[in-house]
Design a protein around this ligand. Structure first.
Ligand code: 5RP
Length: 223
């Protein structure tokens, strides 16, 4: 199976958890985009749901597919969120934010009854940290936070796009922090969350309820 086929297999398995009447959080990224396409197909075939997208890109995709999209303030509960990941470890801890959407993704996930994470096989790791940890920061503080991120043991760099700092949907910048293996993700998450200027980091701890990994031997489930 190619990585794309693995992503699609995981997305198909996840979409089976969506039932009529649900409010569904829609993740961001290439794996989530496959899931949104599948949700669009099911909506065309009569599935009745409301969706809360985690990025402008996902909102545009969902709307184009005829999925009813609402903002967070229009729903009282999110039944299920399905999202991709950049890494997942055996304790279902995640690194997200490769697509720069982890701030809204974490808010939507935190308000969801359940979160299903979908990914291709290579995203499953023994220990988090080979993927650079995205840290969303307010632009005012970006330069000043680089030495702080270095002091935490990473090699940080401001994410760039077309020669300019990449801006998130919320108008913030991202510092990608190369930590290598992260020994204590909980402690790092707490430190980052309490650093002034940091808006949100990509460590998702205690968010994923179910992880679906597409592999050559079918979709592996844990959670
Ligand atoms: C975006 C994310 C994505 O879920 C993550 O980057 C995985 O993306 P892809 O499915 O394209 O590999 O966290 O902020």
């Amino acid at each position: 199976m190619t990585e794309d086929e693995q992503k699609l297999a995981a997305a198909k398995a996840a979409v089976e958890h969506i039932k009529d009447g649900m409010v569904v959080g829609l993740g961001t990224g290439s794996t989530a985009a496959k899931m949104v396409d599948l949700v669009g197909e099911r909506v065309k075939n009569g599935l009745d749901i409301i969706a809360v997208p985690t990025s402008e890109a996902t909102a545009r995709q969902a709307e184009a597919l005829g999925i009813r999209v609402v903002g967070l303030d229009e729903v009282s509960v999110i039944d299920l969120t399905i999202d991709g990941t950049d890494e997942v470890d055996p304790e279902k801890r995640l690194i997200k934010g490769g697509g720069g959407a982890h701030l809204r993704e974490k808010i939507v996930a935190s308000l969801s009854d359940r979160m299903i994470v979908i990914a291709e096989n290579k995203k499953m790791v023994g220990k988090l940290g080979a993927f650079k940890l995205p840290v969303e920061v307010i632009p005012f503080a970006a330069g000043a936070l680089l030495p702080k991120m270095e002091a935490l043991g990473s090699t940080p760099e401001i994410r760039m796009k077309d020669g300019q700092p990449f801006l998130t949907d919320e108008g913030n910048q991202i510092i990608d922090c190369a930590f290598g293996e992260i020994d204590d993700p909980e402690e790092l998450a707490l430190t980052l969350s309490t650093t002034p200027g940091v808006v949100e980091h990509g460590l998702f701890i205690d968010y994923a309820d179910l992880v679906l990994i597409g592999t050559d031997d079918g979709v592996k489930t844990f959670g």
